[in-house]
Design a protein around this ligand. Sequence first.
Ligand SMILES: Nc1ncnc2c1ncn2[C@@H]1O[C@H](COP(=O)(O)OP(=O)(O)OP(=O)(O)O)[C@@H](O)[C@H]1O
Ligand SMILES: [Mg+2]
Length: 226
Amino acid sequence: MPAVVGEKLSKIFGQGDGQVVALKDADVAVEAGEIVALMGPSGSGKTTLLRALSLIDPPTTGYVAIGNDVVFEGARVLTDDRQLRRKRMGIIFQAYNLIPFLTSVENIALVLTLNGISRREAMARANKLLSRLELGHRAETYPATLSGGEQQRVAVARAVINDPAVILADEPTAALDTERGKAVMDLLRQLGRVQGAAVIVVTHDERMIEGFDRVYHMTDGRITNH
Ligand SMILES: Nc1ncnc2c1ncn2[C@@H]1O[C@H](COP(=O)(O)OP(=O)(O)OP(=O)(O)O)[C@@H](O)[C@H]1O
Ligand SMILES: [Mg+2]
């Protein structure tokens, strides 16, 4: 059974003449342990699709299931979506949304303490993951003084620290050079293969393509391959 399913997802922004149909009957289904790419031109609906699946900005109509739970059906959210994201999803957006008054390691550890893990253990796990991403030396640094690529890796670490069942990543390697981009992709792949996460990665990066099990192509709000 897929870990994440979206069926007949539509998303309409605005009204009347200003209306934009950003998703049109989009279907996706990703199994646990599977890592898929989502590709398509700028404005084709990739970010909108990830926001719809995560219920951060729910679809206008359609169906979303996370594991056994139907979380959106018809036009209604059927769950506490904040809890759902906090406990079962790891989300990396184009804007990193790091908390400015927390250090790198605190930004990551926060996810664990919000889920009831002690601060000591949370900090230890966060430091370990930062080291793996070659950011150990930036653990005590605040986001404002990190480079773009460093912020991106802190955001990746924060998204995956909790071993989420579903990982949605919007160009997680865009700000990174080849080596560091590869390290992030290796981490996402490991989370898929070893932890059994379902991983969807928006990418324009042809260099990363061989690492994926499948590719979804989007055009004008539609998934064009089936
Ligand atoms: N909040 C919004 N209000 C109105 N229109 C929006 C909104 N968000 C996205 N859109 C429109 O929906 C369409 C899909 O946008 P989306 O951000 O999903 O594209 P994308 O595939 O992620 O593009 P990119 O590769 O540039 O990030 C675009 O036409 C965009 O202008
Ligand atoms: Mg986008």
